[in-house]
Design a protein around this ligand. Structure first.
Ligand SMILES: Cc1cc2nc3c(=O)[nH]c(=O)nc-3n(C[C@H](O)[C@H](O)[C@H](O)COP(=O)(O)OP(=O)(O)OC[C@H]3O[C@@H](n4cnc5c(N)ncnc54)[C@H](O)[C@@H]3O)c2cc1C
Length: 541
């Protein structure tokens, strides 16, 4: 290995050394004790973020090798950022990482590379090139089929979603039916449903990339108004494919693919969000099925949905933890308002109330109250075989949801970046466009680098998942891309100056929308510590 990949590997070696240190410090009888890792949370979090950045840098290098000068320049800038960021995290307190301060010196080649790349004139030159590129941050590297897919969804997003995006956000509207109907026609809800069930996913192999590029295009127009519509069917379809009986798959998947009914996910509870295994909602066996009682919260689109994927505890023994949880397909009528109530003939009730939010508007996220709400036994995912296995089916769904959320982040970043880059060439201050100032050129170059890195990392993890791998990587890329989206939308707003804070421009919407990405589908802390960090330590040599 030579050149930039070699420099990335050099710092990666420091991270690997630190992971080995943690493994040794937290192992008992040759096995990592997760409880002990809690004493090293800050270290573990930093190592997860370092790993995410270095992995993104490697993906971008591999991609740049197949492309031209612009892609190369962006990839090298990002590699230098990742190397410098990693080193600066480790150098702050080497003892926390089990590293000797002397071991943190990089080779002369790596140091030279980083300082040449991060030199302001170098970054500004790239920024100058990008500022006239109309939001282009390098070829996406898609094959013809995926390029066509992206183009047709982009056209729909530009023509149908974008003109409504601001009104949906400012007036907190529900997604209008013409968006839903148009997406139904395009087959959007069937992106994660195999063709044999009426979806767009090939029967003989996985194909995450279609779902990813469509999500990017819709999120570029509006995160809440279109880009997140695929998340729910993605999670539900994955859970059904993982645990549903043949009859359940045949019944539900074609309906999901048609977007009729629309669906929601009801996992989070008021007292248990990150700690999914501790969920408390009760499901009690009754003659005809199960009676669900308790509260759920943050169930997005629960009002409009006709079916909710709901996790409940079928075994009252709390000591069983996640093994006491079961997944239900809870059917309900669709409602357009911000409150609803369903009463069953036997007395069961389900009510919901939307939670006001600062962004991510269009679907409304609901608090739900179940009161002896009867769900037939046929609606338990996996029926008898599925009792106590709901947690595993949920996790399968969440992996899909996480890569999908990375794609959502890419779409929001793209929108913010391209509008800021355009504005920077139009807005004049002190007699010239703001894009002509070094500071803004550097800003645009760095934004482009993080955007391109997020995109290529997402595509790369998508390919990995298609080979049946990438469970941890989906969390890694979600962690990275959602943090990047938060920062890029912040910088875009800054480029807009006062107008960025006005509702008149979309910059504030992007920023508010991006903020939620690191909270749902696994908070960045939970992913970094419990999924990524733990897996990295366990696999350390
Ligand atoms: C707009 C929106 C839409 C959503 N949509 C849905 C949906 O459709 N369906 C659904 O089921 N849920 C949904 N959620 C819920 C979301 O998944 C949860 O908010 C998320 O899992 C976090 O749970 P929590 O809010 O209970 O936070 P908590 O679990 O209370 O966490 C609070 C803070 O503590 C941190 N933390 C947690 N554990 C640890 C630890 N061990 N060590 C250190 N720090 C820790 C967290 O990272 C976070 O910063 C949505 C949330 C939002 C905001």
């Amino acid at each position: 290995m030579t050149g930039v990949p070699r420099y990335i590997e050099e710092v990666d070696g420091l991270v690997a050394g630190s992971l080995s240190y943690l493994k040794e410090a937290c192992s008992e009888n040759g096995k990592v004790n997760p409880g002990r890792l809690d004493d090293y949370q800050q270290t573990l979090f930093d190592l997860a973020v370092c790993t995410a950045e270095l992995r993104a840098a490697s993906c971008l290098q591999e991609y740049a090798a197949r492309h031209g000068d612009l892609e190369h320049a962006i990839a090298d800038l990002f590699a230098a950022e990742a190397i410098a960021n990693t080193r600066s995290r480790l150098v702050r307190s080497p003892g926390d990482f089990g590293l000797d301060p002397g071991s943190l010196n990089l080779s002369a080649g790596a140091l030279q590379f980083v300082s040449a790349q991060l030199a302001a004139p170098n970054q500004a030159a790239l920024g100058e090139m990008l500022s006239s590129a109309d939001g282009f941050v390098g070829a996406r590297g898609l094959d013809e089929e995926k390029s066509m897919m992206a183009a047709s969804f982009r056209q729909f997003a530009d023509e149908v979603v974008a003109p409504r995006a601001e009104a949906i956000h400012r007036d907190d509207l529900l997604i209008p039916d013409d968006i839903l109907d148009g997406l139904r026609e395009l087959g959007c809800f069937g992106l994660s449903v195999p063709q044999r069930f009426g979806g767009l996913l090939p029967d003989d192999h996985e194909d995450s990339l279609g779902m990813i590029v469509v999500t990017e295009e819709l999120s570029r127009a509006s995160l809440g108004g279109a880009g997140s519509l695929i998340t729910r069917p993605e999670i539900m379809a994955r859970a059904l494919l993982e645990g549903g009986t043949a009859a359940q798959q045949a019944h539900w998947l074609p309906r999901l693919a048609k977007g009729d009914p629309l669906c929601g996910i009801a996992i989070t509870e008021p007292d248990y969000g990150s700690d999914v295994a501790s969920m408390r909602m009760r499901a009690t066996a009754s003659g005809e099925g199960w009676l669900l009682s308790g509260s759920k919260t943050w169930s997005t689109f629960a009002g409009k949905s006709g079916v909710l994927l709901t996790l409940a505890r079928t075994d009252p023994d709390l000591g069983l933890g996640h093994r006491g949880l079961t997944l239900f397909m809870v059917e309900k009528p669709s409602f357009d308002g911000e409150e609803f109530e369903v009463s069953q003939p036997g007395g069961g009730k389900l009510s919901g109330k939307a939670i006001p939010t600062i962004g991510y508007r269009g679907m409304h996220s609901f608090q739900l109250f179940f009161d002896d709400f009867l769900v037939p036994a046929s609606h338990v995912i996996g029926e008898g075989q599925g009792i106590g296995r709901g947690f595993y089916f949920t996790m399968r769904g969440f992996t899909g949801g996480r890569i999908q959320t990375a794609a959502r982040a890419c779409g929001v970043m793209q929108a913010a970046y391209e509008q800021a880059a355009r504005y920077a060439t139009e807005r004049r201050v002190f007699g010239k466009p703001i894009a002509d100032y070094q500071l803004n050129r550097v800003k645009l170059a760095r934004m482009a680098a993080y955007l391109a890195a997020s995109r290529q990392f997402t595509y790369s993890v998508g390919h990995l998942m298609d080979r049946g791998e990438g469970q941890m990587d989906a969390s890694l890329v979600k962690l990275f891309a959602c943090k990047a989206a938060e920062w890029i939308t912040r910088e875009a707003m800054q480029i807009y100056g006062g107008m960025g804070y006005a509702e008149e421009t979309a910059a504030s919407r992007y920023w508010l929308d991006a903020r939620v990405l690191s909270i749902f589908e696994g908070t960045e802390e939970t992913l970094a510590l419990k999924v990524v960090g733990r897996s990295l330590v366990e696999n350390a040599i």
